[in-house]
Ligand binder design. Structure first.
Ligand code: NDP
Length: 319
């Protein structure tokens, strides 16, 4: 493809994105009708890493829809400050400390939720970390990136599934992931076909396989051989952490699929787009408000039937 064709392609992609942004902004202006609103002020939504960025906006929008939102943050002072901003706007938001890298913090959060609310209806796994900005590709913080984005998310899902309250509309888990973690993206994918196929096959997918994949990468980071390991070339540690989260989403959806009506838990992940937040150095194409939209949409979908899927801009996309 020559450079003019590439330029045309980029322009067309930009136009499609802009059109979709306008469509979503229009859809968002239509309020949910009474018969669609399965939730109430008693519905409990928990958002991780909600003191800023996309997480704060997800908390804000869910609260605007009338739910009770538990805004969590690893730092108490900044989390309380963020919750105060929303409370002062008249929204039903409470704060609790939660560090997804600290099992004691997860356990004490879950004990507090159980005692105060009896359980959770919606969990948004938003907390995340990326050391690199733009085209940098350092793996200096690979362990922290994988731990926060994959292990922390996994530990939150494991800790909260027993707390999910039975509900005719189904409890929901939504994880903020990234297109960078796609298994079969045109660019930036694992080059080993066999590894990709194993991670793609939902019937044989296991936690051991996902853990072994990220651990293999971390071992190569330690012994300095990761650059020839066939890993995603762009934001390698972050891409792999989100690929692991996506695979884990499909695995948990399979494990939860047999739950009876009334006790369903739907688990999905989505890409918010390239969002202007601290993580991107405030570069990006969309605002945190727009980046939060698909999480809120998946959380509230009136006739929820999808689980184990990947979304962007309110549409299913390929893993
Ligand atoms: P921010 O850096 O603004 O927000 C990240 C949030 O995660 C912060 O609140 C941060 O807390 C929190 N966090 C980090 N580590 C932990 C931890 N151990 N326990 C609890 N909270 C933690 O970035 P974004 O808002 O952009 O990112 C939100 C999510 O969106 C992430 O999962 C990210 O990977 C994902 N995403 C973002 C994209 C973008 O373009 N911005 C694109 C695709 C995905 P603290 O303030 O204390 O550091």
């Amino acid at each position: 493809m020559d450079s003019t064709e590439k330029q045309d392609r980029r322009e067309r992609a930009k136009e499609r994105r802009e059109k979709r942004r306008q469509e979503i902004s229009l859809i968002r202006s239509i309020p949910y009708s009474d018969h669609q609103r399965w939730w109430s002020s008693e519905t409990i939504a928990v958002v991780t890493g909600a003191n800023r960025g996309i997480g704060f906006e997800i908390a804000h929008q869910l609260a605007l829809h009338g739910l009770t939102v538990v805004l969590t943050s690893r730092e108490t002072a900044v989390g309380e400050e963020a919750a105060k901003v929303l409370q002062e706007g008249g929204l039903n938001v409470v704060f609790h400390q939660l560090d997804v890298l600290d099992q004691e913090s997860i356990d004490s959060f879950c004990a507090w939720i159980k005692e105060n609310y009896g359980g959770i209806d919606i969990l948004i796994n938003n907390a995340g970390f990326n050391h690199n900005v733009g085209s940098e590709n350092s793996v200096e913080f690979a362990e922290k990136v994988i731990s926060t984005n994959y292990v922390g998310t996994k530990n939150m899902i494991k800790a909260t599934i027993p707390l999910m309250r039975p509900n005719a509309a189904g409890a929901r888990i939504v994880t903020v992931s990234s297109r960078l973690g796609r298994l079969n993206g045109r660019k930036n994918r694992i080059s080993d076909d066999e590894m990709r196929h194993q991670l793609e096959d939902v019937d044989s997918l296991s936690e051991e396989l996902i853990d072994a994949t990220v651990n293999k990468f971390l071992e190569q980071v330690k012994d300095g051989t990761w650059t020839s390991g066939g890993w995603p070339q762009n934001n390698t540690d972050y891409s792999l952490s989100k690929l692991a989260v996506n695979a884990y989403t499909r695995l948990v959806a399979r494990e939860l699929a047999d739950r009876p009506e009334g006790e369903k838990i739907y688990i999905n992940c989505y890409c918010p787009g390239w969002v202007k937040t601290a993580m991107t150095g405030w570069a990006g194409q969309v605002t945190p408000e727009e980046g939060a939209d698909t999480a809120v949409w998946l959380s509230l979908l009136p006739d929820m039937r999808v689980s184990g899927k990947f979304f962007a801009e309110r549409r299913e996309i390929h893993f």
